[in-house]
Design a protein around this ligand. Structure first.
Ligand SMILES: *Cc1c(COP(=O)(O)O)cnc(C)c1O
Length: 454
């Protein structure tokens, strides 16, 4: 029989609901806290910052399913379902008995999974009469996705882009500007948070934490303006579950069910998006799938971070989140080219790690680029440097299958393509990248500055 490589859902099979895993978790994540009162955040406090619909989703612990609004579903149809692909080429190169599948989110118009939540969040803002939105972006994928989504729903968008990326990744900036967004390098002189950091360290190249502070500050000071975040928070991951819900049906088309689900991890949105619909079967049907979140060894919050209430941003404007964290003052090493630089993990994932439902795995930088190259050469797609961490973790597991002579079905997320990240590949090819492991003392020092609440 001819082997099928690619599985696509007919339009009427695209999911109509997102999945909220919190409803099925025995131990609920700890609540976000108001940093002044140290009391759990109330809905009305969140709606000052985020749209009401997203604030409600953020705090909901009881409803497992949320309708995907019709206008969002219509826009999803232009690129969903994304393909589920059997990686025969990679399997052959590894000579592994494992069956390797990947969900290809790189086919979205902006090249990554980020659009799944950008469209939803822009839609809700528009519904609620918001005219302006602000956000931050690191490598630029989130900014690109939200720029397109803002335009689709007629919103004005200001993006604070981490300065080092603004300078090193000019094409992502042009993409955002082409979609009609305003892009500001962060730290900037246009906010109090930015001015303070520039005054203290004039050459600071920025971090996601700083860019979030600037975007939040501008949103709070602009009438009819909300702040929109692309990762970490529960409602963002909720929107991303469309990935896993599709993959569930597509794996059934392929006649398999994953023994392992693997995704790269920045703030957790593509990981949760692919994993949670499968983890639901571990929680409610007794399945035993293993879940691995692949992070860079230079930003190892899942494996070496401390579980602690911490801020989501550098200046301390956000609510306090219960998270595995390297400290909100963490700044990644300059040598690190692979994205996934955020200091903390979302509250759902942090709880799931404590409960042993999933594990983190650290990937050294060179291993991630070696994996990316092998994947490119065998499957014909240049992966995003972020996605390369998931590929590297998959390759490790497939090699184990070969050594142990066991067949496993492995599913990983190709969260995006790397066609606009060729500077990072150039650095790798020129031999300019090295491995970098974050020293324990730095983690200890960063975290020792946090207020101890748990
Ligand atoms: C943003 C991004 C990530 C990391 O963010 P998560 O919220 O952890 O998914 C990973 N891959 C790609 C392609 C991205 O754009």
């Amino acid at each position: 029989m001819e082997k099928q490589k690619r599985f696509i859902l007919p339009e009427n099979e695209i999911p109509t609901q997102w999945y909220n895993i919190v409803a099925d978790m025995k131990n609920k994540p700890l609540p976000m806290l108001n940093p002044q009162t140290k009391q759990p955040i109330k809905l009305e406090e969140l709606t000052g910052l985020f749209s009401r619909a997203c604030s409600e989703q953020e705090l909901n612990q009881t409803d497992a399913w949320f309708e995907i609004p019709e206008q969002v579903r219509d826009l999803y149809k232009s690129y969903r379902s994304t393909p589920l692909v059997r990686a025969y080429g990679l399997e052959k190169a590894l000579d592994t008995p494992a069956h390797i599948y990947f969900k290809n989110e790189s086919v979205s118009p902006v090249g990554s999974h980020k659009l799944n939540s950008a469209l939803a969040q822009a839609y809700y803002c528009k519904q609620e009469g918001v005219t302006n939105i602000t956000t931050e972006t690191g490598a630029g994928q989130w900014g690109a996705a939200l720029s397109y989504a803002a335009k689709a729903f007629g919103l004005e968008l200001a993006v604070f882009m981490v300065k080092v990326s603004y300078n090193q990744k000019p094409y992502r900036r042009s993409i955002m500007q082409t979609f009609g967004a305003q892009v500001i390098a962060s730290p900037s002189m246009s906010t109090k948070a930015g001015r303070q950091i520039i005054t203290e360290s004039p050459n600071y190249q920025g971090s996601l934490g700083t860019a979030i502070s600037e975007a939040v500050e501008l949103a709070m000071q602009t009438p009819n303006c909300k702040y929109v975040l692309g990762s970490v928070l529960n409602h963002v991951t909720l929107h991303q579950t469309v990935i896993g819900l599709e993959a569930e049906k597509q794996m059934a088309m392929a006649g398999e069910y994953p023994d392992m689900v693997i995704a790269c991890f920045g703030g957790g949105s593509n990981f949760g998006g692919l994993s949670f619909p499968f983890m639901r079967h571990n929680l409610v049907d007794g399945k035993k799938t293993v879940f691995l979140a692949a992070e860079p060894a230079s930003c190892p919050k899942l494996t070496r971070g401390i579980f602690q209430y911490d801020f989501g941003d550098e200046a301390g404007y956000t609510p306090l989140l219960p998270m595995f964290t390297l400290g909100h003052n963490f700044a990644p090493a300059h040598i690190h080219a692979g994205g996934l630089r955020y200091h903390g993990a979302g509250s759902i994932v942090s709880q799931l790690i404590k409960d042993g439902m999933m594990k983190g795995v650290d990937i050294p930088q060179l291993e991630s680029f070696q994996a990316a190259s092998l994947f490119a050469q065998t499957e014909g797609i240049i992966p995003a440097p972020e996605s390369a961490h998931a590929i590297a973790a998959t390759i490790r597991e497939a090699k184990k299958c070969k050594e142990e002579g066991v067949k496993k079905t492995i599913l990983f997320n190709l969260s995006g393509h790397g066609l606009i990240d060729m500077t990072a590949y150039d650095q790798y090819l020129a031999g300019d990248l090295t491995n970098y492991e974050l020293p324990d003392e730095i983690i200890k020092e960063n975290v020792s500055k946090l207020d101890k609440i748990v």
